[in-house]
Design a protein around this ligand. Structure first.
Ligand code: SAM
Ligand code: SF4
Length: 333
């Protein structure tokens, strides 16, 4: 087991890898992808399972201890569970997490449990079937709800991720908080970011984290601020006496960069040291050009030593100096 600890040029520990296993998806969420006209990567451009495992083994020796699989929709990738099994075996990787839209997930939950998945983040922006259809442009609410029930049934720690959107799901905020009354779930409300393949949907973001908290406090005057775990991106709250809790994520306002411990790998093997950069290293091509493990490590360390201090600096350093517009599905949310 590695005891390596990895730090960036701002003294922040890096121990968390978010890996997009595909850019493909079976939903078309309004905030993530345009309805039509998406070009997916050719399959040969995706990292293979062997490449993914090799990279994770290398990163684990450098200090990565936690991996989250995301996408696109991870379950659209064939044999996802085999990949999860391989990653859980990597020495030094203590916990493997998954973010999923839940459309195809329910039947796999017993196996996820058996593989020791540490937690699942399930994306669900509304409890209303019709609104679900409008937001995701697919009629899949029932399968997602089934996934939610199964996750609870198998005692897999679950967080529900809801992107808060003007005119779309504001009426869902309180009903979603009510899920935390009896269920040990964390419901997280996320500021909408312009990662949708089109660009900013609004002249200005109206549902900021502050407004979301004000809205919560209007309904729950006794709402309590509770402790945030280390490196958390969410501000945590709880309604007194409720079983679960609430997270509010300032994803667009970017208040959490000072403790950011995460790096990302896109499905085609581009390293991102910040969500808002446009890729700082093509690791896939280095591997395919037969770089050995030491060379890969040197390239990774160099990238970690040039990390922007926050998402605003990362955005300024984008290669074409364009604001972010790419789909979250190509990045891995
Ligand atoms: N398909 C899976 C899912 O939806 O859970 C995993 C990938 S998705 C890109 C990961 C997370 O990013 C989801 O929780 C989604 O809500 C969030 N996300 C996507 N686009 C976003 C945006 N424009 N602003 C804020 N969050 C976004
Ligand atoms: Fe697909 Fe997830 Fe993006 Fe929705 S948020 S379109 S489910 S990748």
């Amino acid at each position: 087991m590695s005891t390596a600890r990895l730090y960036d040029n701002h003294g922040r520990r890096i121990n968390y890898l978010r890996l997009a296993v595909t850019d493909r998806c079976n939903l078309r969420c309004f905030y993530c992808m345009p309805e039509t006209g998406i070009t997916y990567l050719p399959k040969k451009e995706l990292l293979t399972f062997e490449e993914i495992e090799r990279l994770i083994r290398i990163m684990a020796t450098m200090g990565i201890t936690k991996v989250r699989l995301t996408g696109g929709e991870p379950f659209v990738r064939t044999d996802l569970l085999k990949l999860i099994g391989r990653i859980t075996e990597v020495p030094g990787i203590n916990d493997v997490h998954l973010t999923t839209n839940g459309v195809l997930t329910a039947p796999h939950i017993p196996e996820l449990k058996a593989l020791g998945i540490a937690s699942v983040n399930l994306s669900l922006d509304t409890l209303d079937k019709e609104r679900f259809k409008l937001i995701t442009r697919r009629d899949e609410f029932n399968s997602v709800w089934r996934t939610y029930e199964q996750l609870l049934h198998y005692n897999i720690p679950v967080k529900l991720n809801a992107v808060v959107m003007e005119d779309k799901n504001i009426d869902d905020i309180i009903p979603m908080v009510e899920l935390t009354r009896k269920q040990p779930v964390s419901v997280r409300f996320i500021e909408e970011m312009p990662f949708n393949g089109e660009g900013m949907h609004y002249a200005q973001l109206t549902w900021t984290h502050k407004r979301i908290v004000e809205h919560l406090k209007q309904h729950y005057p006794l709402l309590q601020k509770i402790a945030d775990p280390d490196h958390a991106t969410a501000y945590h709250y709880q309604v007194p006496g409720y079983a679960g809790n609430i997270g509010v994520i300032a994803a667009f306002t970017r208040t959490f960069c000072g403790t950011c411990n995460r790096i990302r790998l896109t499905a085609q093997g581009t390293l991102k040291t910040c969500l808002y950069d446009d890729g700082v290293l093509n690791i896939r091509d280095l591997m395919r050009n037969e770089a050995n493990d030491d060379t890969l490590k040197q390239h990774l360390l160099k990238a970690f030593n040039h990390r922007p201090k926050d998402g605003f600096e990362a955005e300024q350093h984008r290669s074409k100096h364009q604001p972010v517009t790419e789909s979250m599905a190509t990045i891995g949310g």
